[in-house]
Design a protein around this ligand. Structure first.
Ligand code: CTP
Length: 400
């Protein structure tokens, strides 16, 4: 029995009254149009979990695009449709975006035969989804409003606190689901079901086929949820990093990951690969943006610079000031080079004593030499040879 529970009062508690009224209105219009309309995906899960979610995904058993157009004709706003996929985004007058997809109500046994109405097509749509907890629907039609449709025991898995795929090819068809499984597991503190776990392990090498864009996007979602390091460790248990990068995530790497504080997932890839010989080549595939490419280039260049512990911070500054400060800091973290870490630390704390306008006030004509002069002064500051503004001004005067 997949349809006994009704969530009307839960929905009422969970969403603002404007959205509640909108959902009821959508249900009424669905009746007028004689189509079945459902909420679907994460928002249904989150109603049951009583977690906030205002991401409204709608499935229409019938023509989704026509239904979106009806909504905008009746309630205002505008529709962007993608005929090829039978999907539409309706933006209502409040600027709220609702995604509307079609699940076909008919199919053809063979190209020549007549369409046969199949009311259970919603089930086929749900079956294609990632996990049981994300594969529930909630009907919006008036007399069924708030009814949960749960063909795959999503509610039972919520009770069992488990992430479970719907069919054995799920991870093969979409390997990013391995990372999604980890993300949901960490978010809800659910376990992967034993079969889901072992199929994730079996499919881990499929992540090689995922585009860098999609792969980075999944890591970015882990970063946004604050679970990137736990996520990387989880993926290690699933054999992802050895299969993908031939890397074993040891304590040293984990410690580096914890200190990697950025929104850019590429840094985490580099941190994983850095101990490997071919880290530059292996990370190249994931360097997509100009910023990521420049990070990689600078790391390569920095790695080539020979330093020894005898160099003062001022001398290190002479070598490293041409690079982006964050990139030098990241290299210092990756390499564990103490004197470089000490230098970066000092760099963050020491503010220049003079600026170009101080030099002008001393009667100097602005010229490209300014930056060289200020650079030299800053190196002296780094080595604590000049510590006050007066000393800095005296130093400039002696040069004149
Ligand atoms: N989905 C899927 N496979 C994916 C991505 C998404 O089957 N690789 C399905 C799931 O049913 C999911 C829905 O599409 O619930 C919407 O995707 P998304 O917005 O990414 O997921 P949410 O469950 O809404 O996740 P979140 O709570 O993080 O927004």
């Amino acid at each position: 029995s997949e349809t006994e529970e009704n969530l009307i009062s839960t929905i009422q508690e969970q969403v603002p009254v404007t959205i509640f009224k909108l959902l009821r209105r959508i249900g009424d219009l669905a009746d007028e149009q004689k189509v079945n309309v459902y909420l679907i995906g994460g928002i249904v899960r989150d109603f049951i979990l009583k977690r906030p979610n205002e991401d409204i995904d709608i499935v229409v058993e019938g023509d989704g695009i026509a239904f979106a157009q009806l909504l905008s004709a009746q309630l205002g706003g505008n529709v962007k449709s993608h005929e090829k996929f039978g999907t539409a985004t309706w933006t209502n007058l409040d600027g709220l975006k609702l995604d509307i997809v079609t699940c076909r109500t008919e199919y053809y046994d063979s190209p020549a035969s007549l369409p046969i109405v199949r009311p259970s097509n919603l089930k086929e749509d749900l079956r294609r989804r990632d996990f049981t907890i994300n594969a529930m629907a909630l009907q919006l039609n008036k007399s069924y409003f708030g009814t949960i449709i749960d063909f795959f025991q999503g509610r039972e898995d919520i009770k069992k606190q488990q992430i479970r795929i719907l069919h054995t090819l799920s991870f093969i068809e979409d390997p990013t689901r391995i990372i999604r499984a980890v993300r949901f597991s960490l978010r809800f503190k659910y376990e992967l079901s034993p079969q889901t776990w072992s199929l994730a392990v079996d499919a881990n090498s499929m992540l090689r086929q995922v585009s860098a864009t999609r792969f980075l996007h999944e890591l970015e979602l882990l970063i946004k949820e604050g679970t990137i390091v736990a996520g990387i460790q989880f993926l290690e248990q699933l054999g992802v990093w050895s299969s993908l990068f031939d890397v074993k995530v040891n304590n040293e790497i984990i410690s580096t990951l914890y200190q990697t504080d950025t929104e850019d997932p590429f840094h985490y890839i580099v941190a994983l690969l850095f101990p490997s010989k071919n880290w530059r080549k292996a990370s190249l595939r994931y360097a997509l943006s100009a910023k990521q490419q420049s990070l990689l280039k600078q790391l390569e260049a920095i790695a080539k610079i020979e330093t020894n512990s005898d160099l003062s911070v001022g001398e290190l500054h002479k070598l490293f000031s041409v690079f982006n400060k964050e990139n030098v800091a990241f290299y210092a973290l990756l390499s564990g080079n103490r004197s470089l870490q000490n230098y970066v630390n000092k760099l963050n704390h020491i503010k220049p004593l003079l600026t170009g306008s101080d030099l002008i006030a001393l009667g100097l004509d602005p010229s490209p030499k300014f930056s060289e002069l200020l650079h030299q002064l800053y190196c002296l500051q780094m080595d604590d040879q000049i510590t006050t503004k007066d000393d800095a001004l005296d130093w400039v005067k002696t040069l004149l």
